[in-house]
Design a binder for this molecule. Sequence first.
Ligand code: SF4
Ligand code: SF4
Ligand code: SF4
Length: 196
Amino acid sequence: MTEAKELKVEDIKKSAEEKGCPVQKALYYITEFLSGPMCGRCFPCALGTYEAKIRLRNIVEGRGTEADLSAVERIAEDMAEGSLCKKGKDTAKFILEWMGTGVYKEHIEGRCPSRECAAFIEYRIIPEKCIMCGLCKNVCKYGAILGEKKESYKSGYMPFEIRQKRCVKCGDCISVCPTDAIVIIQKKQVEVEVKV
Ligand code: SF4
Ligand code: SF4
Ligand code: SF4
């Protein structure tokens, strides 16, 4: 059951800004905006925000096209011009501000620069940095990590690796790895960036 809540757009914006990716910010913002009561007094806001949400989701989930980009821009511009209240105009301003980063276009080209959108990234283990402690395997709730913990009485170990098909990109493994052996790479990126 969804409870109707009257959120101020500035508050929604503040929470949206906690995300790193500008497309995620906009999607979060619009989703929260639509979860509140909608007065529906003017067309660009009442209908545009629904369409914007669909288009933004396409972009975040890696299905985005130039048509989605243009649609979001057109909706925001129409809202900026045709909204009857400040709430609608502010919403348009925020969306255009996030679009102005140029990151939306990068998503269409297959990259999320802040490595936040799951569709564009992969988690990988750098074998040279892995000490085979097994902490990542223990913490992964999805059975996505293969490998055998290094024990002093054993010889011949299985290197740790992440099964991409099982990984949901939750990030739990990164937070427990003691040697920063797990990195996030862009699917399109050839070289792996290792944080030293
Ligand atoms: S812009 Fe304001 S008046 Fe128009 S539909 Fe949105 S919230 Fe209602
Ligand atoms: S990101 Fe999450 S699902 Fe993927 S391997 Fe790490 S802990 Fe498992
Ligand atoms: S937590 Fe890090 S060091 Fe330990 S097994 Fe996993 S990748 Fe290797």
